[in-house]
Write a protein that binds this ligand. Structure first.
Ligand code: IMP
Ligand code: MG
Length: 187
C-alpha cells in the first residue's frame, strides 16, 4: 500500500486546494482582458495544472511540454532534454509556464530561454513548489505555491520511479523506500 511508504505529510490536500485558489485568483487578475496559454511541464505538473485551470476565471488555452527527468534517481543530473514540444507557435502569446517543483532551477531556466526565443508577448512562471536551498540557477518565478525544505517529495503529480503521483497530498517518502538497507520494506 503506497500510503504506508509515506514518512510525513508536508502539505495536506486542504492546504494545497486553498493555496491553488489563491494562486488562481492572482493569476486571473494578472491576465485580466487577456487569454493566456498555460504550458504544463509533463508529467509532474498535470495534477496542479488540472486543479489550477478549474479555478481560473480568465479564458485560456493549454499545451504541454515534456523534458527529460530524473528517472528513478532523486538527484538532478543538470541535463535537460526536450521529449515533447508545444503543438503550436507561441509568438505574440501571453505564456504561463506551469511547473510542479523548482529544485536546481536547470529545467525551468532551459525552458524559459527556449520559449523566450520564440517571441511570446510575455512569459511568466508559476510553480507549485520550490526548494530555494537547492537553487543552482536563479530563475525569475512569478508565483510560488509553497517553499519547502530540501527533501525529496512525492504526491500530487510528483513521482518516485513513476509512482505516488496519485496521492492527493505532498509527502516525504520513508528512507527505506530509497534505501533497502534502512529497514524492512513492505511490498
Ligand atoms: P530542476 O531542474 O533541478 O529544477 O528539477 C526540476 C524537476 O525535477 C521537476 O520538474 C521534477 O520533475 C523533478 N524533481 C525535483 N525535485 C523533486 C522532488 O522532490 N520530488 C519529485 N520530483 C522532483
Ligand atoms: Mg519527475
Amino acid at each position: 500500500m503506497e500510503q504506508n511508504d509515506i514518512a510525513q505529510i508536508l502539505i495536506t490536500e486542504e492546504e494545497l486546494q486553498a493555496r491553488i485558489k489563491e494562486l488562481a485568483a492572482e493569476i486571473s487578475q494578472a491576465y485580466a482582458g487577456k487569454e493566456p496559454l498555460l504550458v504544463s511541464v509533463l508529467k509532474g505538473s498535470i495534477v496542479f495544472m488540472a486543479d489550477l485551470i478549474r479555478q481560473l476565471t480568465v479564458p485560456h488555452a493549454i499545451d504541454f511540454m515534456a523534458t527529460s527527468s530524473y528517472g528513478a534517481a532523486t538527484e538532478t543530473s543538470g541535463v535537460v532534454r526536450i521529449l515533447k514540444d508545444l503543438d503550436e507557435p507561441i509568438e505574440g502569446l501571453d505564456v504561463l509556464i506551469v511547473e510542479d517543483i523548482i529544485d536546481s532551477g536547470n529545467t525551468l531556466d532551459y525552458l524559459r530561454n527556449l520559449l523566450l526565443a520564440r517571441n511570446p508577448a510575455s512569459l511568466r512562471i508559476v510553480t507549485l513548489l520550490s526548494k530555494p536551498s537547492r537553487r543552482e540557477v536563479d530563475v525569475p518565478v512569478d508565483w510560488v505555491g509553497f517553499e519547502i525544505p530540501n527533501k525529496f517529495v512525492i504526491g500530487y503529480g510528483l513521482d518516485y520511479g513513476e509512482r505516488y503521483r496519485n496521492l492527493p497530498f505532498i509527502g516525504v517518502l520513508k528512507s527505506e523506500v530509497y534505501n533497502p538497507d534502512d529497514g524492512p520494506v513492505e511490498t
